[in-house]
Design a protein around this ligand. Structure first.
Ligand code: NAD
Ligand code: DAU
Length: 351
């Protein structure tokens, strides 16, 4: 194997797509998927590649400094792609400290372990931190986030991600750690956990349950198909100059209410229900506290410098996503019942 790449959070939504891309595209890399399997981690997401020769799963918690030191001693990674995080804004409002421990302290533990094991010999080494556009705060009706936009996080989630971004840059500026960073907009696609807007609405439409829209539904997000995010991570990891960061987005803004109406329309067609059936399930509910009005990414830097742009249109991506959920209703059932947590015990506990 030419290189060992440690991918954290590889059992999660985005991480599983990144792991699959790297395992399949780089047979000469040894890919270690490090994940503690929280409620958001599901190894069933990776069933298709779990027996690949260049793939290893390692259960460990990034909050545990000694465990991280041991992992780095064991695998001696050349590269780290760090996705493990608490990722849901609503959960950060009810339990902010969980976000500090995983997103801030967990990231610092990984940075320390990488600094120690690489010991100033940074040739061929890289630490890629995966972050979010939420660190930039909220936009009004116009404008875009660029890589130069000042940080202005509002939720405990975005504050914890902003803090982790600052630690990553500090390790570059202070110790010369070879970092790169990406800040991405809202992802959607297969394996999305049904606490987030799109998969939650798909699940509720299937079960004829209310579709909860926070506030007036005019909040705006920029949506990107998850496989395109994984492609962007691959390009930045391999092509970007050390110390740089790139914004990643879909050039694809939707007000929440318009997005959910579009989803209802497509679901009705695919389920053979009369037009307008699912829209009747929409309910406007109490707003999220500190809800950011609008996010929109200017993704021109990654387009101009690295030649990345989204490969899947929103129309195609949403249709693919709905089809995936319709064809994987067992996955949805397992995830919403909590049964998926048994998968690790059944398949890995004896390894
Ligand atoms: P997710 O919640 O689906 O998955 C997170 C993964 O991290 C899970 O597999 C979980 O088990 C693992 N994990 C959590 N705490 C851990 C710990 N203490 N130790 C080890 N593993 C742990 O998240 P996601 O949506 O796939 O997001 C992945 C990354 O991308 C996060 O850093 C998130 O901030 C960032 N991001 C997400 C989006 C998005 O739209 N989902 C957009 C931009 C950036
Ligand atoms: O922008 C990138 C971020 O996108 C990532 O960093 C986060 O990890 C990811 O969770 C996502 O955050 P959001 O808060 O934007 O995603 P969520 O799906 O929770 O919400 C999308 C929008 O829909 C937001 O304006 C809140 C609204 N919403 C959400 C839920 C769950 C509703 O109106 N009703 C809901 O039930």
């Amino acid at each position: 194997m030419d290189k060992t790449i440690l991918i954290t959070g590889g059992a999660g939504f985005i991480g599983s797509h990144v792991v699959r891309l790297f395992v399949q595209k780089y047979p000469n890399y040894r890919i270690i998927n490090l994940d503690s399997l929280t409620y958001a981690g599901n190894l069933e997401n990776l069933q298709d590649i779990e027996s690949a020769e260049n793939y290893t799963f390692h259960k460990a918690d990034i909050r545990d400094k000694d465990a991280m030191d041991e992992v780095f001693n064991t695998y001696q990674p050349d590269g780290v792609i760090h996705l493990a995080a608490e990722s849901h804004v609503d959960r950060s409002i009810t339990d902010p400290l969980a976000f500090v421990y995983t997103n801030v302290i967990g990231t610092a533990n990984l940075l320390e372990a990488a600094k120690r094991i690489w010991a100033g010999n940074y040739e061929g080494k890289r630490f890629h931190h995966i972050s979010t556009d939420e660190v930039f705060g909220a936009l009004g009706e116009t404008g875009f986030f660029t890589e130069e936009t000042k940080y202005d996080p509002h939720s405990p989630y975005s504050a914890s991600k902003a803090s982790s971004d600052h630690f990553v840059r500090a390790y570059h500026d202070t110790y010369g750690l070879p970092i790169v960073m990406t800040n991405c907009s809202n992802n959607y696609g297969p394996n999305h956990f049904p606490e987030k807007l799109i998969p939650l609405c798909i699940l509720n439409i299937l079960n004829n349950k209310p579709l909860p829209i926070y506030g007036d539904g005019k909040y705006t997000r920029d949506w990107l198909f998850v496989v395109d995010h994984a492609r962007a991570i691959d390009q930045v990891f391999h092509q970007a100059e050390t110390g740089t960061s790139y914004n990643v987005g879909g050039f694809n803004e939707w007000k929440n209410i318009d997005l959910v109406r579009e989803l209802c329309k497509q679901m009705d067609t695919k389920l053979g229900r009369p037009p307008g059936t699912s829209e009747k399930l929409i309910e406007f509910v109490k707003d999220r506290p500190g809800h950011d009005l609008r996010y929109a990414i200017d993704a021109n830097k990654i387009k101009d410098e690295l030649g990345w742009e989204p490969s899947v249109t929103f129309e195609e991506g949403l249709s693919l996503t709905i089809d995936w959920f319709l064809n994987n209703q067992e996955w949805l059932k397992q995830v919403s019942s909590g049964n998926y947590m048994q998968y690790y015990e059944d398949h890995y506990s004896s390894r």
